[in-house]
Design a protein around this ligand. Structure first.
Ligand code: GUN
Length: 292
């Protein structure tokens, strides 16, 4: 078993991004600029957004955060998005999900100018991704592609089983792994809550991508010896033993699965750190005018 080390890869790529951000500053006379909107006080979202902002500063981007109370109306939010869309000093805009129930996430996603949609959630970007055209790729799948590439993991002709069909990870990941590209060219099976014989299907996988959001969901009896394991889970549980007051668990029973695998991402220290790199790469590409 060898680790797919998200810490190592993310630090390396962030150094490259920082060098390129300095180039943007030299040519445009301003830093790449990411704007985030955060609604409410969800603990996970607070942590993720803070980390996104911190990482922007680290690589020499400008970052701005607009916070709203849970009671913000859908209209107020849409108007703010319109305002940021028009601001030529902004390269990327993300609205952290989930949103309160009275706000339609589809409306919000479609309102963001697709040319600033560095989350890659807008239908234009998803459609372009399906057709292998220049686009913003959703940050977590993008981060996973980068870690597979860094470790030169063979993907062509392999059976890849994706567990979970979310808009943010599972669905786009299944499309990327099936594309005629590297990483890609896999035979992909997208599994979900209604899948029958899940264990038998996962046992066929050369590459398992677990994005179901359930602690220790993938157990050793579901894994073929030598499989590559990508664990997207970030399941937070409160803990008195850690400084932060919580502990993170993946979707994979790491202790028992790791010895059977050829390569595996740890949690923490794996995919989570790569998601940020995906977001930074998209923001940089936007600032440089590489996509639109
Ligand atoms: N919530 C969980 N993951 C993400 C993400 O990648 N982007 C946004 N905007 N919200 C999220």
């Amino acid at each position: 078993m060898q680790l797919l080390d998200g810490k190592y890869v993310s630090e390396k790529l962030k150094e490259e991004i920082a060098a390129e951000a300095a180039g943007v500053l030299a040519t445009l006379g301003r830093k790449p600029h990411l704007v985030a909107i955060l609604v409410g006080n969800d603990g996970g979202s607070e942590t993720y957004v803070a980390s996104k902002m911190r990482n922007c500063e680290k690589v020499g981007f400008k970052s701005s955060l607009f916070r709203y109370d849970d009671s913000v109306t859908e209209n107020e939010l849409l108007e703010k998005i319109d305002e940021i869309n028009k601001d030529s000093g902004v390269d990327g805009l993300i609205v952290q999900l989930p949103l309160p129930k009275h706000i339609d996430p589809e409306k919000v996603t479609e309102r963001i100018d697709y040319r600033k949609d560095v989350d890659g959630f807008h239908p234009v970007n998803l459609g372009r991704m399906m057709r292998n055209l220049p686009c913003f790729i959703p940050a977590t799948p993008y981060g996973i592609m980068m870690i597979l590439e860094e470790y030169k993991i063979e993907t062509a002709g392999k059976n890849c089983v994706v567990i979970g069909r979310s808009n943010i990870v599972g669905s786009p990941m299944s499309i990327l792994m099936a594309r005629n590209a590297y990483p890609g060219n896999c035979t992909v099976t997208l599994t979900h809550s209604r899948t029958q014989n899940l264990k038998e299907i996962v046992l066929q996988a050369d590459i398992i991508i677990a994005a179901i959001g359930k602690k220790n969901f993938v157990t050793a009896d579901m894994v073929k010896p030598g499989a590559v394991i990508i664990d997207v889970g970030i399941n937070r549980e409160t803990s008195e033993k850690t400084k932060s007051g919580y502990k993170l668990y993946g979707d994979v029973d790491f202790e028992n699965v790791a010895p059977k695998s050829s390569w595996i991402t740890p949690v923490p220290g794996g995919v989570g750190l790569m998601t940020i790199v995906g977001l930074l790469k998209n923001t940089l590409a936007s600032a440089r005018g590489n996509i639109y």
